[in-house]
Design a binder for this molecule. Structure first.
Ligand code: MSP
Length: 517
């Protein structure tokens, strides 16, 4: 049996509503999951929400409600958005789930018993207002902690620490011997530098006196777990790591390790330092360390999105206004995986109109119209493979090569290159002229077949990004929906002689510019 393609996303904080950056990450993972299903592989796609932590507790307090209620209200927004955007996840990670809490506690206990977790006292400057210890980084130019920190006291607090430093050399060795651990590779270089500088252990507890909204330590009821220690474990708890009395089972083994899709802000230290060391300390082998796919940021006007700047772009509003497909296509086509991208609503509109309404939509429309008008929709297949058909399959191979490297934007570029080629071919061949001369009947049949067959390939290639439109295209071409990728590579799967095409209906209606007030 083929190994499962497992893919996870970061789980989103439930301290605030979803934004376009969250949507980008989830769509990227969804497209990769759908692409692997298209390849015929079993897929396990996990996403979810990170519901614990101080920020959630504080946001709830501000509203005068319980953290559970607050987290649930925000979770509902994420769930509704993912449904609207067509996410095809197989499992949902919510960290308040009792199953997850149980796994976190079992792992804590295991690490505690193995001596990987110890208790120690820490003295330092504590901001009562921000509820956190401050370091010298937080001091202003005058050496003092600024007014934003409120009352700052020097206190001593006992906490539990996870032995990170002890595993530093192992992690460095792992990174050096696994050049494909992190994609893109410049992020792996950054990680290696950070690990070289690593010193000290990780505080993994918070006294309940200052944080209650978390998972209780199984060996000390006076504390809850630090939110990252809790959140990272979602990747294994929701993949079935500890469902019964013992960890691991065949299902988990088939799903692990998963590819982790995360943003650039959470590789150092959480995913690139804490997580591999947590797994290593818990007995995972080097072959079981999950690879990281690190994407860039979606920015607005050069600024990182933030509520205070008032530049939150609501993905639910965009999907409602333009269609989920338009948003999915724009984010995937305009973001080079690993790089930042500048969000601009007018680019979303122009991408949709140029690529989907004009290039692809018109191509489908013109082809079906001409086939109906000149041949009542009936195709004649050339007796032998033509160079045109071979070139079409070469474009599919380019698409595959790019998708296999997670370069969705480049794969789409290759696919849309085929649409552009078809449109140029129509202009050059002028089927309306060929139709006037019976001596060109054979050539007209060949042109129509080439176009229809290219559209069949395109209907398969767009499926991971535009699943609904792919079905719509298949219906108009009168072929079965959900064809596998192999049907775009195998000459035997080409449209049959005598195949009858359907009637055209607009698939990508143009987005008209908003009337200026
Ligand atoms: N809860 C943690 C992740 C825990 S994973 C075990 C967290 N949550 S988050 O809501 O702040 O971010 C969730 C994901 O969205 C992260 O991968 C983050 O990088 C990504 N993004 C947040 N803002 C983003 C943009 N503006 N652009 C692209 N992705 C961004 O971190």
């Amino acid at each position: 049996m083929a190994k499962t393609f497992s893919i996870t996303t970061a789980i989103d904080y439930t301290n605030a509503a979803p934004h376009i950056g969250h949507a980008y990450e989830k769509i990227l993972a969804d497209v990769l999951a759908r692409y692997h299903r298209l390849k015929g592989e079993p897929v396990f796609f996990l996403t979810g929400v990170d519901q614990h932590g101080q920020k959630v507790q504080q946001s709830a307090q501000k509203q005068g409600i319980e953290p559970a209620e607050f987290a649930q209200a925000v979770t509902t927004k994420f769930v509704a958005l993912w449904e609207k955007l067509g996410l095809s996840h197989d499992a949902w990670a919510a960290t308040t789930d009792p199953l997850h809490k149980g796994v976190v506690q079992k792992i804590l206990q295991q690490l505690f018993d193995a001596g990987e977790i110890y208790k120690a006292a820490h003295s330092g400057f504590y901001s009562v207002r921000q509820e956190q210890f401050l370091t010298d980084k937080e001091r202003g130019p005058d050496g003092e902690f600024g007014p934003e920190w409120g009352e700052v006291n020097e206190i001593t607090e006992e906490n539990y620490y996870f032995r990170l430093a002890k595993h530093r050399d192992w992690l460095l060795g792992y990174i050096n011997s696994h050049p494909d651990y992190v994609t893109p590779s410049f992020r792996q270089a950054e990680l290696r530098n950070a690990v070289e500088r690593l010193s000290g252990d990780l505080c993994i507890s918070r006294p309940k006196a200052r944080l209650e909204w978390g998972i209780e330590l199984p060996f000390d009821a006076g504390y809850v777990t630090y939110v990252w220690f809790d959140a990272l474990i979602n990747y294994i708890s929701f993949a079935g790591y500890w469902n019964g009395s013992e960890p691991r089972n065949a299902e988990f083994e088939s799903r692990w390790p998963a590819l982790h899709v995360i943003g650039k802000d959470i590789i150092i230290p959480a995913h690139g330092v804490y997580w591999p060391i947590m797994l290593h300390a818990a007995g995972f082998t080097d072959a079981e360390i999950p690879p990281l796919l690190v994407h860039g940021y979606i920015n607005i006007a050069g600024a990182k999105m933030s509520k205070s700047l008032g530049n939150i772009v609501d993905p639910a509003v965009l999907a409602e206004k333009y269609s989920p497909g338009a948003l999915r296509y724009y984010l995937m086509r305009e973001t080079a995986t690993g790089q930042d991208m500048e969000f601009a609503e007018e680019r979303l509109v122009s991408r949709y109109n140029t690529d989907l309404a004009n290039d692809l939509g018109n191509l489908l429309n013109r082809t079906l119209n001409m086939a109906q008008r000149y041949r009542e929709g009936v195709l004649k297949r050339p007796v032998a493979d033509t160079p045109w058909l071979t070139e079409g399959r070469a474009i599919v191979e380019q698409y595959v090569a790019k998708m296999d490297q997670f370069l969705v934007h480049a794969a789409l570029e290759a696919a849309m290159g085929l649409a552009a080629k078809c449109n140029a071919y129509i202009e050059a061949q002028a089927p309306w002229k060929l139709a006037k001369d019976p001596a060109h009947a054979g050539q007209l049949d060949e042109v129509l077949y080439h176009l229809a067959e290219s559209l069949r390939l395109l209907s398969i290639l767009i499926a991971p990004v535009l699943p609904d439109a792919a079905c719509g295209m298949a219906a108009q071409l009168n072929i079965a929906p959900d064809a596998p990728l192999s049907a775009a590579l195998d000459p035997a799967a080409a449209l049959a002689d005598g195949h009858i095409l359907g009637k055209p209906t607009p698939l990508f209606p143009r987005i008209e510019a908003e009337a200026k007030p």
